[in-house]
Design a protein around this ligand. Structure first.
Ligand code: SF4
Ligand code: SF4
Length: 215
């Protein structure tokens, strides 16, 4: 691995920051009925988890829950091209075999990602845009939790903010990725009026400056 690659020790530390439950209830109950009894985000057909290579190595040392994802369709092959030298698309054995402690960073952080404001400052979390849309097969919002942002626990937001702050400092590429997704959200907002939610961590909630630079 290159000098910049994450280490297994770092992965273990990051996992320790990502243990909070997202809601006070099992949000899988919201989407399972429309997805053959499987949480929408746990079907590889809907979301392919992108793992750090060190993460896969760590998880494979713990058991056989994870393996490399093999692209089958033309669409899959396009997704596969989004990998970089430190990350690899993977799939787990399936929802019925899930082991909480062996969930990947992708599983733990879903359906939220960092939001970078117009100053370029990381200020909070927003929903991954693609999962706020309707699934064409069911005509139901892919991740129903994206319509229930008030249910997301503040402890979850605070600890995940801390995780993202650390990883974006560690890996410039992560910052660049979310700078671009945040810009895209603002572009769509200006063009179509489609709003988006930004969940602020406790220490920024009372800030009078943050709202000025949010959109
Ligand atoms: S995060 Fe969204 S898609 Fe995943 S289980 Fe919860 S409601 Fe379903
Ligand atoms: S490891 Fe668990 S949470 Fe992650 S995709 Fe598999 S079933 Fe879902």
């Amino acid at each position: 691995m290159s000098f910049h690659s994450l280490t297994i020790e770092e992965i273990e530390y990051y996992y320790s920051l990502l243990n909070e439950e997202i809601t006070d209830y099992d949000c899988g109950e919201l989407c399972k009925p429309y997805n053959k009894g499987i949480p929408y985000c746990c079907s590889v057909e809907n979301a392919v988890p992108l793992l750090y290579k060190a993460e896969l190595q760590y998880l494979q040392s713990k058991g056989d829950l994870w393996k490399k994802w093999i692209p089958l369709t033309k669409e899959d092959k396009k997704i596969k091209k989004q990998e970089n030298k430190d990350q690899i698309f993977c799939e787990c054995k399936g929802f019925q075999f899930c082991i909480r402690e062996q969930r990947s960073i992708s599983c733990r952080t879903f359906p939220l990602e960092p939001y970078i404001d117009i100053r370029g400052v990381f200020v909070g979390l927003t929903f991954i845009q693609a999962f706020t849309e309707k699934d064409p097969d069911t005509n139901i919002i892919k991740c129903p939790l994206t319509n229930r942002y008030k249910d997301i626990r503040q402890e979850f937001i605070d600890s995940h903010y801390s995780f993202w702050e650390k990883i974006m400092l560690r890996r410039q590429e992560e910052y660049e990725t979310y700078l671009e997704t945040s810009r895209k959200l603002r572009r769509v907002f200006r063009k179509t009026g489609k709003t988006f939610i930004v969940l602020l961590p406790s220490h920024l909630k009372e800030s009078k400056i943050i709202p000025k630079y949010l959109y």
